[in-house]
Design a protein around this ligand. Sequence first.
Ligand SMILES: *Cc1c(COP(=O)(O)O)cnc(C)c1O
Length: 362
Amino acid sequence: MQRLAKLPLRDNLRGISPYGAPQIDVPVLLNVNENTHGVPAPVVEAITEAVTHAATTLNRYPDREFTELRTALADYLGHGLTAENIWAANGSNEVLQQILQAFGGPGRTALGFPPTYSMYPLLASGTDTEYVKGVRDADFELSAASAARQVRELGPSVVFLCSPNNPTGTKLGLDVVEAVYEAGEASQTIVIVDEAYHEFAHEGTPSALTLLPGRERLIVSRTMSKAFALAGARLGYLAAAPEITDALRLVRLPYHLSAITQATALAALSHRELLMADVEDIKVQRDRIVTELQEMGLKPASSDSNYVFFGGMEDPAAIWQGLLDAGVLIRDVGIPGHLRVTAGTEAETTAFLTRLRELLGH
Ligand SMILES: *Cc1c(COP(=O)(O)O)cnc(C)c1O
């Protein structure tokens, strides 16, 4: 950071740090909420075949409108959505950045409710949008009344609601989304519900997709990085009113989704039963972690995601280091007294729980 000071960097980028979850090479990686179950062999085969075909067309620019992919994503989401309602980019981070490029920017404000996804403030800086930290209730909860009051008082251009929330794993009631949307009427606030982990929610958890009809300022963002085990492919998407996608066409780079990316995502979507079976297994491991942490006397938050946020330790730094010494990497998300662990395969989860029990002296 020292040498950066020599350059004529934009003021709003001075002194901030890049996104940087540690990438350490250890046997059990449970730190960045990736899908630990890998890409199933038949899906690898389908992707390989699709990419091989796409390679024969690489002398041409790809379909700028990625129509086939938008149609497949709409079909996957259901809720009566069509290709017109869908937009995609290289990871949902790029989708969120495009939203800020279109609806944020200099003189405009984005509101988030920490602790929440650490990329929101960074995406705001990158687009010169002022990021305002909203306030949560006790135990990191966010009530409809409190969220709506904060939106009414600030009148932000954009609000980020993350459900299930990262890093806490807890879902947000749809009453909060409805109240925030209504409260943003006067300021014409764009409301983003980041549902990156929705597929891991407990059976029957409603999605904000159900609220889209009649709400043209509401955006539901999703990703193939987690449930679809495609973090390395970079494909995120959103569902919203068609006019939202019109706005994003103004800021996207030409041909931003490569033919390789489109082919990969389409192949994975057509094999989603296999991928969703792994999601079910991950949910079992997630619930197992919550139960066993409670048995150890720790305080795990309720989780509708593929990770568990927990407190109740005297010395979280020592626990984190002790796990790493045993080859298990989890995440210190910078919240005093807490750590976060991604649900692994059954063997990885066992390695984590066994070592943790030893460290706690049980
Ligand atoms: C992982 C994650 C994403 C997904 O990011 P991609 O760019 O799609 O890989 C989005 N939002 C949250 C809250 C996440 O944790």
